[in-house]
Design a protein around this ligand. Structure first.
Ligand code: HEM
Length: 444
């Protein structure tokens, strides 16, 4: 009877709790005080775990938090126990431009629907990644993408007809929604000559875009616990059972690809990305398999859509908010169309758009002000170590760069880095264009 009433945990439990407590304490103390990254400043929670970063990914403010932290601490901020965010101007060249560095383990998460679907984006080994990227390069080549220009123009015309309708009825419009519809439908046309139908129906079919928000949250955070994700969802059993609610985007992509493969014929008029990749698959079936093409197509739908929608939203937002800019860019379009013709269609051709220097500068300044990718881009330091900004980092350290931090760096852009300013545009302009900083600045 006494034994039954005894609430003291058995000896083995007490010991287990003590061991767990001692292990955790030593991990925390090591990361905080003895780790090679201990001298790097940053939030306390970040110095002992990934939890600070995940908390701000989920809150949606990691970019602004990092801007403030870099302002306070300088070029190096400890973002997690094993990762340093770098804002030194050499970071782009030495970290992102260094093709020998392994990409951070975070990218493995972009293998969809499971770990077997290795796109170049999901491949972290630099040699393997380079090989894969080369195999798929033709599908992204500008000359090939431009073959879909008439279809892309049709999608943009569809967007304009929606906007005309809203302006006639005076109905309020969520521009973000329509820009996202447009970017997905454009991606569908370029990748596999088929639209998702968002613009045609004027709806978020099957809530695919809305669900994407939750999916991105899950992916961004779970990517740091990749093996847990594989055990939970990203495995072949779950793929085989087909129980995940991937929804309209995934289904439309796979259906369009299967139809294309079934009706395979040498039809040059459908020279889209998937067409290029099927041709590469036929040429080298050992190296490029159906699963690879599926992995690349699905990941490109994601990579190409939200980013472009975000860029469009930022562009229009700043064009409207900055006095005189919209009228000036419009004037430039009309002037070129008047000079060269082509004014009968409302959609400017790509060939003309790239020569609209003022408009190009506005687009790039819009991208600077609201970079579509808010996550840090992580790379792993190799055995030879890496020196940047007078500091040396050892093998295995994750160094990452955040576009927002770089875009708002006063060291790079000056004191007014936080303002939409076309004075910055000459820094964006293609160095091969006829404009030099002097004559461009004179023209604005
Ligand atoms: C304004 C628009 C865009 C922005 C800001 C943007 C930005 C980015 C960034 C930051 C990355 C990660 C690079 C890295 O981790 O080192 C990336 C990767 C990628 N993007 Fe974009 N992107 C845009 C549009 C597009 C479009 C239109 C496509 C396809 C047609 C595309 C396809 C890809 C692919 C395939 C990757 C993975 C590359 C790899 O790791 O091999 N992106 N993009």
């Amino acid at each position: 009877m006494d034994l039954l009433l005894d609430k003291t945990p058995p000896m083995s439990w007490t010991l287990a709790i003590q061991i767990i407590f001692a292990t955790l304490t030593s991990i925390i103390l090591h990361r905080r005080l003895l780790h090679p990254l201990s001298p790097i400043p940053g939030p306390t929670l970040a110095s002992i775990s990934r939890l600070w970063h995940i908390r701000h990914i989920l809150k949606g403010d990691q970019n602004t938090q990092l801007i403030s932290l870099h302002k306070k601490h300088g070029h190096f901020v400890r973002l997690a126990h094993n990762e340093v965010s770098v804002s030194h101007p050499d970071a782009i060249k030495k970290i992102l431009g260094n093709s020998h560095l392994r990409k951070g383990p975070w990218y493995r998460m972009t293998a969809i629907p499971d770990y077997r679907f290795q796109s170049p984006m999901a491949t972290t080994d630099p040699k393997k990644k380079m090989g894969k990227s080369k195999a798929f390069a033709s599908g992204y080549a500008l000359t090939n993408v431009l073959r879909s220009e008439p279809q892309v123009d049709n999608v943009i015309s569809l967007l304009l007809s929606h906007l005309d309708r809203f302006s006639q009825t005076g109905e309020q419009v969520n521009l973000d929604k329509y820009f996202t519809f447009t970017s997905f439908d454009v991606a569908g046309e370029i990748l596999f000559s088929s639209q998702f139908g968002f613009l045609k129906t004027g709806t978020d079919i099957g809530n695919a875009i809305a669900n994407g928000y939750w999916l991105s949250m899950y992916a961004s955070a779970m990517a740091f616990y990749y093996y847990f994700h594989v055990a939970l969802l990203g495995n072949l059993v779950v793929t085989w059972l087909n129980i995940l609610p991937y929804g309209h985007l995934f289904e439309t992509t796979i259906k369009a690809m299967k139809t294309r493969l079934r009706d395979k014929r040498d039809d040059e008029s459908r020279f889209d990305s998937v067409g290029c990749w099927f041709r590469a698959m036929e040429k080298d079936p050992e190296r490029i398999k159906w699963r690879d093409v599926q992995a690349v197509t699905v990941s490109t739908v994601g990579a190409a859509s939200e980013t472009v929608s975000c860029a469009l939203q930022s562009f229009v937002y700043y064009m409207i908010r900055t006095p005189g800019v919209w009228g000036r860019a419009r004037g430039e379009v009309l002037e070129l169309q008047g000079r060269e013709g082509g004014g009968e269609g409302r959609v400017v051709s790509w060939g003309q758009a790239k020569r609209l220097v003022y408009l190009q500068a506005c687009i790039k300044e819009g991208l600077r002000m609201f970079a579509p990718v808010a996550m840090n881009l992580p790379r792993v330091v190799g055995p030879e170590g890496l020196e940047i900004g007078g500091r040396r980092f050892g093998m295995g350290t994750i160094l990452s760069v955040n576009s927002w931090v770089m875009h708002f760096s006063e060291e790079i852009w000056g004191k007014d880095a936080g303002e939409f300013k076309l004075i910055f545009c000459f820094l964006h302009i293609d160095i091969h264009s006829k404009y030099t900083p002097d004559n461009f600045l004179g023209s604005i």
